[in-house]
Ligand binder design. Structure first.
Ligand code: FNR
Length: 358
């Protein structure tokens, strides 16, 4: 019996050993953007746990692009050696190391969740947030500064420099974060983009910044390195970004050399009404895969081996990304293999704990 979840996935010149990815998750555990022992143990455990791909947390391409002062960063060459340590460990234990490159846009300069998650004033070490338009995320938040064309060029340059550093650090997969109401998503959605220049208004104009960054990232990556883009496939709000827009965007991204669209939703407006439940975002991955003929990743409340298997086996998505379930259980892939009857290698150090087949 073949188990779809444990079949390899080839994207360009790279083969993942299975279809389970660690979804990018901020750890809010950095000082000045540097990685440390927390990241090594956290990511290392998930590599040992058997994930095929680990996409490390939203990693800021500039200090002003951080969600919080505690975010991981990649705006300095000095960030590279610490990241190298992470990629070397993940790779040595069979997980492909990927990185999510990010700019928080108007959601920048907040405190970490366990410090309240509120706006950090400049007097408290915060900084002015930038965005396509001076539209605040919530009514109680300050309006962000509108990026001028020079500011947009800086964002593009920051993503280029970050990509080169990510390659030097040993990442084999780059994911651009264009979801959850951060900078690229803010440009995509008419709810947050009210520009009247070449970066606002029409669909072509709203996707322009993301497409330009995709083009320059693709140019910098070796031909066999996959490029992923995470999108919010809908704003779940009248007048916002829609699933139709996502299909149209995915069709463009495919022509620009994107290999997989990672399909999340929401995050651009606080008041969206979202029908949260098991596998609730999977239909978006399925539709984009079918209508844009591009590989997709499904994410969001996928918590069981049976559901993950079903999603891949029925062609709803090529990859499943798990967030919180992999926080609860770093060994989810090893447990899922056991449950589904797939033969996978356990780390040598743990082989004596491997359940025996009857
Ligand atoms: C997240 N999520 C997230 N998403 C993203 O694109 N970049 C990020 O850095 C983060 N950070 C983050 C931190 C933490 C602690 C959590 C729980 C979540 C969202 C995450 O990747 C995933 O899309 C959602 O959690 C839904 O998947 P699960 O958790 O239901 O499997």
């Amino acid at each position: 019996m073949t188990v779809a979840l444990f079949s390899p996935l080839t994207l360009r010149g790279l083969t993942l050993k299975n279809r389970i990815a660690v979804s990018p998750m901020c750890q809010y555990s950095s000082t000045n953007g540097f990685s440390n022992d927390w990241h090594l143990v956290h990511l290392g455990s998930r590599a040992v746990g058997g994930a095929g791909l680990i996409i490390i947390e939203a990693t800021a391409v500039s200090p002003e692009g951080r969600i919080t002062p505690d975010d991981l960063g990649i705006w300095h060459d000095e960030h590279v050696p610490g990241l190298q340590r992470l990629t070397a460990f993940m790779e040595a234990h069979g997980a492909v190391p990927g990185i999510q490159l990010a700019h928080a846009g108007r959601k920048a300069s907040h405190s970490s969740p366990w410090k309240g998650g509120t706006v950090v004033a400049e007097s408290q070490g915060g900084w002015p947030a930038v965005a396509p338009s001076p539209v605040p995320f919530g009514a109680e938040e300050p309006a962000p500064l509108e990026l001028d064309l020079g500011g947009i060029e800086k964002v593009k340059a920051d993503f280029r420099a970050a990509t080169l550093r990510a390659l030097e650090a040993g990442f084999r997969v780059i994911e651009l974060h264009a979801a959850h109401g951060y900078l690229f998503h803010e440009f995509l959605s008419p709810l947050s983009n009210q520009r009247t220049d070449a970066y606002g208004g029409s669909f072509e104009n709203r996707i322009r910044l993301l497409v330009e960054v995709v083009e320059s990232t693709r140019q910098l990556l070796p031909a066999d390195y996959p490029l992923l883009v995470r999108i919010s496939a809908t704003d779940w709000t009248e007048g916002g970004w829609t699933a139709d827009d996502s299909v149209a965007l995915a069709q463009v991204l495919k022509t620009k050399g994107v290999d997989l669209v990672d399909c999340s939703t929401g995050g651009n407006v606080p008041a969206a009404s979202i029908p949260v439940g098991p596998n609730y975002q999977v239909p978006f991955a399925e539709r984009i895969r079918r209508e844009a003929s591009i590989a997709t990743g499904a994410v969001g409340l996928i918590t069981s081996a049976a559901d993950a298997e079903q999603i891949v086996a029925t062609g709803q998505a090529d990859l499943v990304l798990l967030g919180r379930e992999l926080l609860r259980d770093p060994y989810f892939p090893l447990h899922a293999a056991e449950e589904l009857g797939a033969e996978v290698e356990w780390p040598n150090q743990y082989v004596r704990a491997k359940p025996r087949r009857r």
